[in-house]
Design a protein around this ligand. Structure first.
Ligand code: FAD
Ligand code: NAD
Length: 402
């Protein structure tokens, strides 16, 4: 009898960990495993703000997939997913197609601009290695251009970041490290370069612990970041944001939108029922009405039954989805009972640059400064450990703890 074929789409946090767990949970004779990804490398999305700011080289934030997933055990296909033909159990790729018995959709997020006029066209976004590298190059070009130009325009040195959620705040924290270095490199007075974060809600990091938000704000402002709260962006022009009720315009040479994310648009194209860009999955992480399709990571809304709303999309959750998804695939293949997903919230820690961070760990314990910085690195290295053991930490990890 032929082996069932499991196809995993997307090699991000959810797809990599699902594949890893399937290799551990199933014998080679029990299933054929296929992993499809756009690139031959896996990147840590959670490090992309560092790549975008220029504080981390892109090669430190990515690894060859075949270095951590054994290609003798898992068939690796490097191609772009175009559509899932769920009624025919096959996936259309840009250059070929692949059939499946079981499918895992873990294609991650796309930027959500909420239809804000001009945002898609005029702002950069931090979505993958290429888009992050573009931001870094663009910022550096603005500084180089300013230093060599006869008609200097100080607006070129302003970096405007739309959205003060965790991505926006972590990004401006890195910029606070990088901008002084760029000023030094291009002989520019630091006071001429601005980093501005614009948040619609009354305060940055809406919904997060008040003391930690106050700490983050002070840390960033002390290092020259301007924070504009209660300032809703209504339009993004070529070189500016229009904000607030009075239509104030803030000009800049670099504009980055970090104001929201949604699920991969392949879901809608493939005929899944979509709520705000994602599929609300069953408690076993399968798509509603689909016996053989799991949707996990940032493509899925997983309901927090206690609070009556979905859990936020995080790498922490994506990795936990992967565990349940692999267990349930094993269950389907071995005719065992499937389990329901339960989220184990280990807290949230955000970096504010190289030497500062803040967050919550272990049942709301608050961390600031050096302990938080060390904890953030432990979290980053833990993922590398789960994926590739100590060898991968030595190769790609954040080894200087402070
Ligand atoms: P991803 O990790 O985004 O992976 C999706 C994969 O699918 C990618 O490899 C992509 O190349 C591939 N792909 C996409 N489309 C196609 C296609 N059409 N064909 C083939 N392949 C495709 N969460 C935390 O818990 N902690 C943090 O500190 C944290 N920091 C973050 C910092 C930043 C800057 C950002 C943007 C997010 C951060 N998050 C953090 C959120 C976290 O990164 C996401 O929740 C997580 O990456 C989701 O995992 P995923 O596997 O669903 O998607
Ligand atoms: P987000 O949706 O969490 O934050 C977007 C922010 O943009 C919000 O504060 C929102 O009020 C603001 N915004 C939206 N429209 C606006 C407008 N018109 N004008 C001004 N501001 C506007 O998105 P994110 O920060 O990219 O985070 C995505 C997910 O990734 C979240 O679940 C987050 O928790 C996770 N994440 C976690 C970490 C971490 O744990 N360290 C880091 C980054 C991201």
């Amino acid at each position: 009898m032929s082996k069932p074929k499991i196809v995993v789409l997307g090699a991000g946090y959810a797809g990599m960990m699902t594949t890893k767990r399937l290799m551990q949970k199933l014998g080679p004779d029990e299933a054929e495993i296929v992993l499809v990804n756009k690139h031959n490398y896996h990147y840590q999305t959670t490090w992309l703000h560092e790549v975008a700011a220029g504080t981390r080289n892109q090669n430190q934030a990515r690894m060859m997939i075949s270095d951590v997933i054994n290609p003798n055990r898992v068939s690796l296909i490097y191609d772009e997913v175009v559509e899932v033909k769920k009624d025919e159990n096959r996936v259309v790729l840009k250059n070929s197609e692949v059939s499946y018995d079981y499918l895992v959709i873990s294609l991650g997020f796309e930027t959500n601009t909420f239809g804000i006029k001009g945002m898609e066209k005029n702002a950069f976004s931090i979505t993958d290695i290429e888009s992050s590298r573009m931001i870094r190059e663009h910022i550096e070009y603005q500084f180089a251009k300013y230093s060599t130009s006869d008609k200097k325009n100080e607006n070129d040195l302003t970096i405007l970041v739309g959205g003060g959620g965790f991505t926006g705040i972590e990004f401006v924290g890195e910029l606070a490290e990088q901008v002084p270095k760029l000023c030094k490199k291009y002989d520019i007075d630091r006071s001429k370069a601005r980093i501005v974060n614009v948040e619609a809600a009354p305060r940055i990091l809406p919904g997060f612990n008040d003391d930690l938000v106050a700490y983050a704000k002070k840390s960033l402002e002390d290092r020259g970041v301007e924070i504009r709260e209660g300032a809703k962006i209504s339009e993004c022009k070529k070189n500016s944001f229009v904000i607030g009720d009075d239509g104030e315009e803030i000009k800049a040479g670099t504009i980055v939108w970090t104001g929201g994310v949604t699920g991969n648009s392949i879901l809608g194209k493939s005929g899944f029922e979509i709520t705000k860009g994602k599929v609300t999955v069953e408690s076993d992480l399968r798509a509603p009405g689909e016996e053989n399709i799991f949707i996990i990571g940032d493509c899925a809304w997983v309901m927090n039954q206690e609070e009556g709303r979905p859990f936020p999309p995080t790498a922490q959750a994506a990795m936990q989805h992967a565990d349940t998804c692999a267990t349930n695939l094993k269950g389907l293949i071995r005719n065992e009972q499937l389990e329901s997903f339960t989220f184990d919230d280990k807290g949230t820690v955000a970096s504010l640059g190289k030497n500062d961070a803040m967050g919550t760990v272990f049942s709301e314990r608050l961390l600031y400064g050096t302990p938080a910085t060390a904890m953030k690195k432990v979290i980053d290295n833990r993922y590398l450990f789960l994926l590739g053991g100590p060898k991968l930490i030595l190769k790609k990890g954040k080894l200087r703890m402070l």
